[in-house]
Design a protein around this ligand. Structure first.
Ligand code: GUN
Length: 290
C-alpha cells in the first residue's frame, strides 16, 4: 500500500490561521507583531524564501520591515542595520536570510542579533537554552517537523529516529527536539562521515533527510512502514517548466512512497511549515514584550 502523503501545505495553513487569530487579539492590546527580514544579494533561492515570508506576514496580519541590501554590502554596514533594528522597539523579530555573501562572517551576524529578537533560533543563547531544556525560540524547520509528526499522530515515543545531516539549521536541532522527554525518540545522527548509511537508515522508524542532495535516500534504504520526512529543497534543470527548473527533495519520492507509511512531498511538505513556525515565533516575540 502506498504511503499517506503528509500535507505540509494544509498543516502550515492551519498553523498560520491560528497565528493570525492571536495576532488580531494582540493588535487589540496595541501591539502589532513586526518582522524585519534582511536579504543581502540576489541568490534566487533566498529571494524565493524571502518572498514567501513576506507573503505570510501579510496573510497573518503582521507588519513587514523587509530590507534588501546589495551583494556589495559590507559586514560593518550589515551589523549597523542589525544594531538599529535591535534598538527599535516596534520590531519584534530579526531574520537575516542565509547564506550570506562570502565576504560576510555569518557567525558574527547571528551573534549580533538580540536573542529576544532571534526568531530563527540561531543565536547561541537560544541554541544553548534549547539544549538544556529552557525556554527558547525553536528553530523553524525542526519545529515544523515536530508539528507535522504530532499533527499526523505519528508515534515518536521510543521510536528510532535517524537524522541524515548535521547542519546547525536542521540536523542538529531536530535531533535535540526529538530526544526531548515530550517527544522521547532515540536518535541516530548520520553525516558525510557515516560508513554504510543504508545500514542506519534501514533501522529508522522515522527517517529525516536533511542533506541537500537529490536521491540520497532511495527506496531500498527505507524500512517498510517508516515515516519519511524530506527536508531537501534541490533545484534541478527542467526545460518543461517556465522557470527552467523543478524542486526535488533528498528522497527518491515515487519508489520511496511505496515502502514508507507516511512521507512528506517536495514541494508542499516541510517547506511551508518553516514559514508557519516563523510566524509563530514572531508572534511569541511580540507577546513577550507585553
Ligand atoms: N536559509 C535556509 N533556511 C533558513 C532559515 O531557516 N533561516 C534563515 N535565516 N536562512 C535560511
Amino acid at each position: 500500500m502506498s504511503a499517506t502523503i503528509i500535507d505540509g501545505f494544509q498543516i502550515a495553513a492551519d498553523v498560520r490561521a491560528k497565528v493570525a487569530a492571536k495576532t488580531a487579539e494582540l493588535k487589540t492590546k496595541g501591539v502589532t507583531p513586526c518582522l524585519a527580514v534582511i536579504l543581502v544579494g540576489e541568490n534566487p533561492a533566498s529571494v524565493s524564501y524571502v518572498t514567501g515570508k513576506e507573503k505570510a506576514l501579510a496573510e497573518v496580519g503582521m507588519a513587514d520591515r523587509s530590507i534588501r541590501l546589495p551583494e556589495s554590502t559590507s559586514e560593518a554596514e550589515l551589523l549597523k542595520v542589525i544594531d538599529e533594528l535591535n534598538d527599535d522597539s516596534t520590531v519584534h523579530g530579526i531574520l537575516v536570510q542565509l547564506p550570506l555573501p562570502k565576504h560576510i562572517n555569518e557567525d558574527k551576524v547571528i551573534m549580533a542579533i538580540k536573542p529576544e529578537k532571534d526568531v530563527d533560533g540561531f543565536h547561541p543563547v537560544n541554541v544553548g537554552n534549547l539544549m538544556i531544556g529552557r525556554k527558547a525560540f525553536l528553530p523553524c524547520t525542526p519545529h515544523g517537523i515536530i508539528v507535522l509528526l504530532e499533527t499526523m499522530g505519528i508515534n515518536t515515543n521510543g521510536a528510532h529516529a535517524v537524522v541524515v545531516g548535521r547542519s546547525n539549521i536542521v540536523g542538529k536541532p531536530v535531533s535535540i527536539l526529538l530526544t526531548r522527554r515530550e517527544t522521547n525518540a532515540t536518535v541516530t545522527i548520520c553525516h558525510t562521515g557515516t560508513k554504510d548509511l543504508a545500514s542506519f537508515t534501514k533501522q529508522a522508524d522515522i527517517l529525516i533527510a536533511a542533506v541537500g542532495k537529490p536521491n540520497t535516500i532511495t527506496a531500498d534504504m527505507i524500512k517498510p512502514g517508516a515515516t519519511v520526512i524530506d527536508v531537501g529543497v534541490n533545484r534541478i534543470p527542467d526545460s518543461t517548466k517556465k522557470s527552467g527548473f523543478r524542486l526535488v527533495g533528498d528522497v527518491d519520492f515515487e519508489p520511496a512512497k511505496e515502502v514508507a507509511s507516511f512521507i512528506t512531498p517536495v514541494p508542499k511538505g516541510v517547506g511551508p511549515m518553516t514559514i508557519a513556525m516563523l510566524m509563530q515565533n514572531v508572534l511569541e516575540a511580540a507577546e513577550n514584550t507585553l
